[in-house]
Design a protein around this ligand. Structure first.
Ligand code: SF4
Ligand code: SF4
Length: 201
């Protein structure tokens, strides 16, 4: 695994970062035990850079993955709350993840983390990273097709629409409609639905 300095922070991070959004409740909602095994496998493979957020709901997955892990891990987290007190609470909540280092408050740093849902998907991504050959069967078994969809009992309140910055959501026949060709599966619309009508499969 190659490592690079994260901006000018002095933090050395793996060039392949593990994005935890996909395993959390906004997306596949993988339970903590299974999710932590996938993250731990990534750590064991040399990935030392994890991306999370308060809204991702993956702090416990990460905490369990770190149990007994001796390496140095950098965790990037973020929160969308406004106000000092709310942010202090958000930091405190993140602080339960571990006593390791954090990359907080670097608004001008940009990195891409790869969300991985299964150990097979991790293996495939590691192969791609190392420029190794990946056959079609491995690719197919790695992640499978995922889609965001709106449950038919959608109340038509429209709360979710503003959360989508990809113009993938609209109202059709008084129900939310997702244009899959535009949807990037970020899951941000899910947390805006008070009725849990948006799912990923
Ligand atoms: S998952 Fe993201 S891109 Fe897709 S509809 Fe929801 S907010 Fe838009
Ligand atoms: S927020 Fe939920 S209930 Fe409201 S329109 Fe969107 S999917 Fe439907």
């Amino acid at each position: 695994m190659d490592y690079a300095e994260l901006g000018k922070t002095g933090l050395r991070v793996s060039r392949l970062a593990f994005g935890t959004l996909t395993i959390g409740p906004l997306q596949r909602n993988i339970d903590e035990t299974v999710g932590s095994v996938i993250i731990r496998k990534a750590l064991d493979a040399g990935i030392n850079f994890l991306d999370t957020a308060q809204s991702y709901g993956t702090y416990n997955h990460i905490r369990r993955a770190l149990e007994g892990f001796a390496g140095d891990v950098v965790i990037a987290s973020k929160s969308g709350v406004a106000g000092y007190d709310e942010m202090a609470e958000a930091v405190e909540e993140a602080d339960v993840v571990s006593s390791l280092r954090y990359a907080f408050d670097f608004p001008h740093l940009h990195a891409v983390a790869v969300g991985m849902l299964t150990e097979q998907e991790l293996d495939v991504n590691l192969k791609i990273y190392y420029h190794q050959e990946v056959d079609a069967e491995e690719l197919a078994s790695a992640g499978g097709d995922k889609r965001m969809f709106v449950v038919k009992f959608c109340k038509g309140c429209g709360n979710c629409l503003e959360a989508c910055t990809h113009d993938a959501l609209s109202m059709v026949n008084e129900k939310a409609y997702i244009e899959h060709s535009k949807c990037v599966l970020c899951g941000y619309c899910r947390k805006e639905c008070p009725h849990s009508m948006i799912r990923i499969i």
